[in-house]
Design a protein. Structure first.
Length: 266
């Protein structure tokens, strides 16, 4: 999946920060799931507040061949994009609904999943040449990895109630904005405000007290550093591709934060 804030290109830094041993793997802001697919843990609890994302993952896990065949029947055009976007997902059967999610992700502008206050997807057509809707081997590999996971559409705090000593939790929440063009909170019809970041920091403290290993990604922001001042912090350079202005793309500083020692900056 293409995903705003996805961690594929940050994986080398994330790998350096993974605990050597852990029990279950929790990722309560799943998004593109880059770290999960890289690690392929034996036991995983994956969740997100985005119902279409979780539904798609559930269907790919169980019915990959049907998803592949449905995607084969779709064509890439502006007309087809807006026709598909206009269809309400809950009016579709499971496989067409999952295929719709993948289709919109691959053909919309920058792969940006954005919804309005009613929860309706409203990102425009991407106007890209040579769009590849899917790769059969990738879908099959994703299906294999997801079969070992418990997939939930839920608020992160509810999912983490069962996390216990020895479990590993990776947080990749909507980032605290560092500028007026940095608002990437609209993955669902609900927003993620500063108060939510404060609550998340308290959740990390509780997980620490339970004996969980916790790693968190967030923006290089003084408020983030303040919220996690008692934890280990690593500054990394991450690529930024989603910006309406070309000059706003490139590498920017981000923070990796953990409740256990992690490597210092290179």
């Amino acid at each position: 999946m293409k995903w705003a804030g996805g961690k594929t290109r940050l994986l080398p830094e994330l790998r350096r920060c993974i605990p050597r041993r852990f029990g279950r793997y929790f990722e309560p802001f799943l998004g593109g799931g880059a770290l999960f697919f890289d690690l392929e843990p034996r036991r995983a609890i994956l969740s997100d507040a985005n119902p279409e994302l979780i539904h798609c993952a559930q269907v790919v896990a169980k019915r990959p061949e049907e998803v592949i065949e449905t995607l084969k029947g779709l064509s890439v055009s502006e007309q087809e994009f807006y026709r598909t976007r206009a269809v309400l997902p809950d009016t579709l059967r499971d496989v067409p609904r999952a295929a719709r999610f993948i289709y919109l992700n691959k053909t919309c502008y920058n792969g940006l999943y954005r919804v309005n206050k009613s929860g309706q997807f409203n990102t425009p057509f991407g106007h890209y040449e040579g769009v590849s809707l899917f790769d059969s081997d990738t879908i099959r590999a994703a299906s294999h990895a997801l079969r070992n996971a418990n997939l939930l559409c839920s608020d992160y705090s509810a999912v983490l109630e069962s996390a216990t000593r020895g479990d590993f939790v990776y947080f990749d929440p909507p980032y605290l904005p560092i500028g007026k063009n940095s608002d990437f909170k609209r993955y669902t019809k609900h927003f993620f405000y500063e108060a939510d970041h404060i609550a998340l920091a308290k959740s990390m403290e509780k997980l620490h007290e339970r004996g969980c290993s916790v790693l968190l990604s967030n923006s290089f922001h003084p408020r983030v550093a303040e919220l996690y001042e008692d934890f280990f912090r690593l500054t990394v350079m991450a690529p930024r591709f989603v910006n309406c202005k070309g000059g706003g793309r490139g590498k920017i500083k981000e923070l990796l934060i953990a409740n256990y020692p992690i490597p210092v900056s290179k």
